[in-house]
Design a binder for this molecule. Structure first.
Ligand code: AMP
Length: 286
């Protein structure tokens, strides 16, 4: 496995292979890799001839009071995981190489980025959209994988690729979970042992909402109340948002009559957890 740090060397490597008809896959990550990332890398390996995993803690998607400086960076372990899963390249650019002096362009998606994570983290999605556009320009993959874990991000990337004709096929991979249902995340290491025991409550609340829809509840407000009750039963958790939305534009749904996504963010002490479930309402009798 090659380790490439310079964007121009990365592009030269990809261009050489593309000319020979090699299909390049990219899994963008911020490192601190866990079994969720591993599953994405494995799935990507099956879909391409040459696989690039990027590891870049992107400063532009962190807010000023967020954990950019302390975000875990176990690079030796990450490289070992990438090597074991058959990556051909670990692309590890520096922040200076990605954002050299004079860098100006910012990519924004006003309506998808406005709500939910966008409200809690105002510059986050512009940072994500900009870095993803740059990574596609540098690595030039034909195919890329994103996790459903970050549902709003996956919607945004699909819209970005469509709007800007970036010509990259996107696969959204299902969320990989711990045994108790907690979605795997690099930030779960911040949870205290007590909070770790409570952390699966978010997934339980989403499941309760999904169950209500499957049983025929169609009123979005009622589904939200069902989900909120599960969180309120665990007093140390506070809700940032917990909502029923349409899965394309992430607008809240007043009536759940076909596909919906239940998305939520809760705070547990200093840690913020996000998760989601996709659900299809049962057919209504006419
Ligand atoms: P990150 O390193 O957190 O930026 O994540 C890199 C990619 O891995 C993103 O596309 C995430 O959505 C995805 N990912 C993170 N956690 C999980 C998980 N538990 N299951 C599946 N994909 C995940």
């Amino acid at each position: 496995m090659k380790i490439i740090r310079s964007p121009s060397a990365m592009t030269a490597w990809s261009e050489g292979l593309r000319r020979e008809g090699v299909r390049i896959g990219l899994v963008p990550t911020m490192g601190a890799l866990h079994d969720g990332h591993r599953a994405l890398i494995r799935a990507a390996r099956l879909q391409c001839d040459a696989l690039v995993v990027s590891i870049f803690v992107n400063p532009r998607q962190f807010g000023p009071r967020e954990d950019y400086a302390t975000y875990p960076r176990p690079i030796a372990r990450d490289r070992a995981l990438c090597r074991k899963e058959g990556a051909d390249v670990c692309f590890e650019p520096t922040a200076d190489a990605m954002y050299p002096e004079g860098f100006q362009t910012i990519v924004t998606l006003p309506s998808i980025a406005r709500r939910w994570e966008g409200e809690a983290r105002p510059h986050h999605f512009a940072g994500v959209a900009t870095v993803v556009t740059k990574l596609f320009g540098i690595v030039r993959p034909q195919i890329t994988l994103f996790g459903q874990k970050d549902f709003q991000q996956s919607v945004l990337v699909q819209q970005l690729v469509k709007d800007l004709n970036l010509g990259v096929e996107i696969i959204v991979y299902p969320t990989v979970r711990e045994k108790d249902g907690l979605a795997m995340s690099s930030r779960n290491v911040y949870l205290s042992p007590d909070d770790r025991m409570r952390a699966a409550t978010l997934y339980r609340s989403l499941r309760a909402g999904a169950e209500a829809i499957r049983k025929g509840v169609t009123d979005g407000k009622v589904v939200q109340a069902v989900m909120a009750q599960v969180i309120k039963d665990e007093p140390t958790l506070t809700i940032d948002y917990l909502v029923v939305c349409d899965p394309r534009m992430l607008e809240p749904l007043s009536a759940v009559i076909s596909r919906a996504v239940l998305i939520g963010a809760v705070r547990l002490g200093p840690v913020r957890l996000i998760d989601n479930i996709l659900v299809t309402a049962p057919r209504q009798r006419s």
